[in-house]
Design a protein around this ligand. Structure first.
Ligand SMILES: [Cu+2]
Length: 108
């Protein structure tokens, strides 16, 4: 019997692509976000500083989109679903304080 499934590798492994909003302001934020997602199950993570959109390709059998949101929040970057903690946010480099209007202005 022919299978038309193009994206599944075995029964539980399935690559999914999603675009989620993750807040940040600069190239350091990009590195931090992408490095935080260098984990088992994530095939690629690309964050765009202009649009704040993270394009992520992951294996839904190994990691969930909720866990991906949480990994961003854990390193100080709030997402459209999960807000980071004040502790993680305060640990960000000064130029990465994306909730500060002065910082946002200086990156324009
Ligand atoms: Cu930054």
């Amino acid at each position: 019997m022919a299978s038309l499934s193009l994206t599944s590798f075995g029964q539980k492994s399935k690559y999914v692509t999603e675009d989620i909003k993750v807040y940040g302001v600069c190239g350091m934020c990009e590195d931090r976000i992408e490095n935080a997602l260098d984990v088992v199950g994530v095939r690629s993570a690309q964050w765009d500083v202009e649009t704040k959109m993270l394009n992520i390709v992951f294996n839904s059998g190994k990691i969930s989109i909720e866990e991906i949101h949480q990994l961003c929040a854990d390193v100080g970057h709030s997402t459209e679903k999960i807000k980071t903690t004040p502790e993680a946010y305060n640990a960000l480099h000064g130029c990465c304080k994306y909730e500060d209007p002065e910082v946002i202005k200086s990156h324009k």
